[in-house]
Design a protein around this ligand. Structure first.
Ligand SMILES: Cc1cc2nc3c(=O)[nH]c(=O)nc-3n(C[C@H](O)[C@H](O)[C@H](O)COP(=O)(O)OP(=O)(O)OC[C@H]3O[C@@H](n4cnc5c(N)ncnc54)[C@H](O)[C@@H]3O)c2cc1C
Length: 308
């Protein structure tokens, strides 16, 4: 990009509209693995119309843009990103859309709402369904885009409608089964909100499920470390973590990046890891698994400004 004139016009627009933004904002501050150089601009829309205008302006000015939620499945380049990173964390809120008191509750959550907040909201009302994602630092938008899942359940099972921003318009879309695959929602656009269907349950049962999931996660994943969740998708045959572990790679290091000893499909930033370290580690893991099992692991993590 590097077009100072366009960037100046873009900044003028942000100022005029009173949209919050930062210049040369370190992406490391906005990803759970705490890696990534500066984004030329990071903008923080709070409402749909701000988001629409940001995308419209950046597109017209030919400035590249990228959407970030919780940054919990993202590796950003050490060089950063020459463009506009649209951080949706301030676009949050939950509204009850309709419900049949004895059976279901429909909640519409804006994309930047943390999944954990939706779980708490539903729990207080006595509705269940999202417990499988307890402890996952995802936003609703990121969980839709990635079709986040665990323990045999996935976001797709709960999502009834998605508001999507595409081509300058917001569409209220009813997802089809074919839109969802393992760790992906294929319909293009920025997820503005999602309406989830939750089922009535008793509070003790919800509490029990939440505790069970939390302790299961804590026992098997390095939750207190800097990671981006699963590095690779599970291939059809088996778990990626098991394949990596069977190659003897737990604890394997490149620079400041290490394969977690707790869960081999998690890469840990020991404190000083660079994106280059992580990429070299991912490539080596992929190579060793291929050599031993003839299985090519596919990254689950998304890349911004870098690639494997
Ligand atoms: C400790 C830990 C545990 C985890 N456990 C799980 C797990 O059990 N199951 C699981 O599936 N994942 C897990 N993850 C990974 C991650 O939390 C999920 O992939 C999550 O859905 C990503 O959401 P996010 O908001 O952080 O998205 P980000 O990481 O910010 O973005 C991920 C991708 O989604 C896109 N995106 C984000 N928001 C939007 C939007 N509003 N519209 C369109 N595109 C968007 C981004 O451009 C990017 O391509 C874990 C991560 C961590 C750190």
């Amino acid at each position: 990009m590097g077009k100072p004139f366009q960037l100046k016009i873009f900044e003028k627009f942000l100022k005029e509209k009173g949209i919050a933004y930062k210049v040369d904002e370190p992406l490391a501050k906005h990803t759970t693995i705490r890696i990534g150089g500066p984004a030329s601009f990071m903008v923080f829309p709070k409402k749909e119309d701000e988001l629409l205008e940001i995308v419209k302006n950046a597109t017209e000015l030919d400035i590249p843009w990228y959407v970030v939620g919780g940054g919990s499945n993202l590796l950003c380049a050490d060089e950063g990103y020459s463009g506009v990173v649209i951080n949706l964390r301030n676009m949050k809120g939950i509204a009850e859309r309709s419900f049949a008191p004895d059976a279901t509750l429909f909640l519409e959550a804006l994309s930047g709402t943390m999944v954990g907040e939706v779980i708490s909201f539903a729990r207080k009302k006595g509705y269940s369904g999202l417990e499988f994602l307890a402890g996952v630092p995802a936003t609703v938008g990121g969980a839709v885009r990635m079709n986040a899942g665990a323990y045999g359940r996935s976001f797709s099972m709960l999502v009834r409608r998605v508001k999507l921003l595409k081509d300058g318009k917001i569409e209220d879309y009813e997802p089809k089964d074919s839109d969802w695959t393992y760790r992906s929602f294929s319909k293009e656009g920025i997820v503005v909100s999602a309406t989830l269907e939750l089922v009535k349950s008793n509070p003790e049962e919800i509490e029990r499920k939440l505790k069970e999931i939390y302790f299961k996660r804590k026992a098997s994943q390095p939750l207190a470390e800097k990671t981006f969740g699963s590095a690779f998708k599970n291939p059809p045959c088996c778990y990626a973590g098991k394949l990596i572990e069977d190659c003897g790679l737990k604890g394997f290091r490149v620079g400041g990046a290490k394969v977690s000893e707790k869960h081999a499909n998690f890469i840990v930033n020991l404190g000083s890891a660079t994106a280059k370290d992580v990429l070299a580690l991912l490539r080596e893991v992929q190579k060793r698994v291929w050599e031993r099992f003839s299985i090519m692991l596919e990254p689950e993590v998304k890349f911004l400004g870098c690639s494997m």
